[in-house]
Write a protein that binds this ligand. Structure first.
Ligand SMILES: [Zn+2]
Length: 133
């Protein structure tokens, strides 16, 4: 069965992933936490977890100079945006640079329901810490 049936009394709308990525990349949009939330919308899976590679949020939230050079967002800048988004309830506590967790009102169909960073939805073997050889 394609898609997911949500409760009939719930009211939803859809966002275009590319539009969300465009907002996330648009350095003229201020404040920065707005871009961070759109980056999470674009990336989040069915359970609202948006995983990022190390340094990826600094790149996404960076700013391209007119000559094309990319200035990465500093670690402090990214943390500040995370903190502000969390204060407004736009992302949940436990979010960080490797995974942003969206509130329960966020739903998505057609992706997976796992988070390797928060160890959600993984089989028991993957939840265990890695054994050193
Ligand atoms: Zn996660």
């Amino acid at each position: 069965m394609a898609g997911r049936a949500w409760a009939p009394d719930e009211d939803f709308f859809m966002l275009d992933t590319e539009m969300c990525e465009g907002f996330a990349d648009n350095a003229t949009i201020k404040p920065l936490y707005v871009r961070l939330v759109f980056a999470a919308y674009a990336r989040a899976n069915d359970i609202g977890h948006a995983e990022f590679e190390p340094g990826e949020l600094s790149r996404i939230l960076g700013e391209a100079l007119p000559d094309g050079e990319l200035i990465l967002a500093s670690r402090q800048t990214v943390y500040s945006a995370l903190q502000q988004a969390e204060e407004f309830g736009m992302i949940l506590p436990g979010s960080g640079v490797r995974c942003i967790v969206l509130p329960n009102g966020f739903r998505r169909g057609g992706r997976d329901r796992k988070c390797f960073w928060h160890k959600v939805g993984l089989d028991r073997r993957r939840r265990r810490p890695r054994q050193r050889p």
